[in-house]
Design a protein around this ligand. Structure first.
Ligand code: IMP
Ligand code: MG
Length: 339
């Protein structure tokens, strides 16, 4: 089926952006679609540059892929304009007229909400406030009302569905992850949206029939930038500091040091099940002992081998996903592709 989907299997920051970028180069998708808000960041190391993005999909690295922001996207116009300039994608960006503009009053309201910022640990981009206004049917600015974005605005569902009829292939890049889903996550320590594959399809204007491979992305450990559950949290300062430095486990939007915990098997199983994941991608394997791939050795020993064996237990349960990609460094092509 023509629409592959990338979702987070944990608490966000699993490396969806990098995996999406890798898949885009490999599969040369006609379109890459992103939904969600700018509270979620993804970082792509490509051609000696580091792209820290919030809204432009990771698939921008594939030059012929058109980039689409669906109706379920929330945009901070200043930030998006900067990303457009940085990535040079002005001629291949398409925005749904009903993507919502996050206004300063939204960001202001969220940052002034002590409970949200404190107890929930909101990133404070104003996404939640904009979602709330939409639910309340208050007056909002949409992409179609924003003169600076007008040139990109097109009927996305019509465009994508026509393209599907002609055989186009697409990649849908989701945001955040299982534990942060407003529906299926660890409420109240969740974001203001659902973060699973079916919702991403709906937010893009695509029906479920077109879903292709669903990639659930995992790290061998769990991180969280805010409060909420982290089973078996790492407290040892030296170990933590290795995650924060070598593993770059610092919030790309929030700037906060991420909390780190051991891999959570039950969360992984739920993520596979709720997303009907058919493929697994592992990132940050290089943080485990036994994953030294620096000299082109692509076999794993020790902790890394043990972790991959643990993951096999996830694959042994319906819908029997397969481990396809193992990422061992930040670079776009630091990926062991098992397919
Ligand atoms: P909000 O979505 O900014 O209100 O944040 C709600 C919770 O989700 C907080 O604990 C945030 O730290 C967390 N969160 C939101 N977006 C991300 C993300 O992209 N990665 C990791 N955590 C996130
Ligand atoms: Mg992130």
């Amino acid at each position: 089926m023509p629409v592959d989907i990338v979702v987070g299997g944990q608490a966000g920051d699993e490396g969806k952006g990098k995996i999406a970028a890798y898949l885009a180069v490999k599969n040369n998708y006609d379109y890459s679609i992103r939904v969600g808000g700018p509270n979620a960041g993804h970082t792509i190391f490509f051609k000696d540059r580091i792209y820290a993005l919030k809204t432009i999909p990771g698939a921008f690295v594939s030059r012929r892929t058109k980039l689409v922001l669906g109706a379920g996207t929330y945009i901070i116009t200043d930030w998006l304009e900067k990303e457009i300039a940085l990535t040079g994608v002005e001629n291949r960006l398409i925005i749904d007229p009903h993507a919502v503009i996050i206004e300063q009053r939204h960001t202001g309201a969220e940052r002034a909400d002590a409970r949200l910022m404190g107890k929930i640990g909101s990133v404070g981009t104003g996404l939640g406030a904009a979602v709330r206004d939409r639910v309340d049917r208050k007056k909002l600015r949409f992409a179609k009302d924003e003169p600076r974005l007008k040139r990109y605005v097109k009927d996305v569902p019509e465009l994508l569905n026509k393209a599907l009829a002609k055989g186009s292939r697409m990649l849908l890049e989701g945001t955040q992850g299982m534990k942060l889903s407003m529906l299926h996550g660890e409420y109240p320590f969740v974001t203001s949206r659902d973060t699973t594959a079916s919702t991403f399809m709906g937010e893009a204007g695509l029906g479920p029939k077109y879903a292709g491979e669903v990639y659930a992305i995992f790290k061998p450990y769990v991180t969280r930038v805010g409060p909420g559950m982290v089973a078996k949290e790492v407290k040892d300062k030296k170990t933590l500091s290795r995650y924060h430095t070598q593993g770059r486990e610092v919030g790309s939007v929030s700037g906060r040091l991420r909390r780190v915990g051991e891999f959570e098997m039950d969360v992984a199983r739920r993520a596979v099940s709720i997303n009907s994941a058919t493929r697994l991608a592992v990132t940050h394997i290089d943080l485990l002992e036994g994953a030294d791939v620096s000299r082109g050795i692509k076999s794993f020993t020790g902790e890394a081998k043990k972790f991959l064996a643990t993951l096999e237990k996830v694959c042994a349960v319906y819908p029997y996903p397969k481990v396809e990609l193992i990422s061992y460094g930040p670079g776009l092509f630091d990926v062991l592709d098992l397919k």
